[in-house]
Design a protein around this ligand. Structure first.
Ligand SMILES: [Ca+2]
Ligand SMILES: [Ca+2]
Length: 71
């Protein structure tokens, strides 16, 4: 079981515009900020897709949280 407060902090780090959704573009930018420049838009989309419960191409906190707890 992951810690929901650190999950929330991680989510906020990825949600650059603060709209409560993580897009592939935001994921890519956030990873680049963390120093990982290997994450291209295509990679970011693939990562989002593995966690995207409703398939809209965006991650809500609930989807992010569910993905963490699947691991
Ligand atoms: Ca966002
Ligand atoms: Ca979604």
């Amino acid at each position: 079981m992951a810690d929901i407060e650190s999950a929330r902090k991680a989510f906020d780090r990825f949600d650059l515009n603060g709209d409560g959704l993580i897009s592939a573009a935001e994921y890519k930018s956030a990873m680049a900020q963390l120093g990982d420049f290997h994450v291209t838009e295509t990679v970011a989309e693939a990562v989002i897709k593995t966690k995207d419960g409703n398939g809209d191409g965006l991650l809500t906190f609930d989807e992010f949280w569910a993905a963490l707890n699947q691991a």
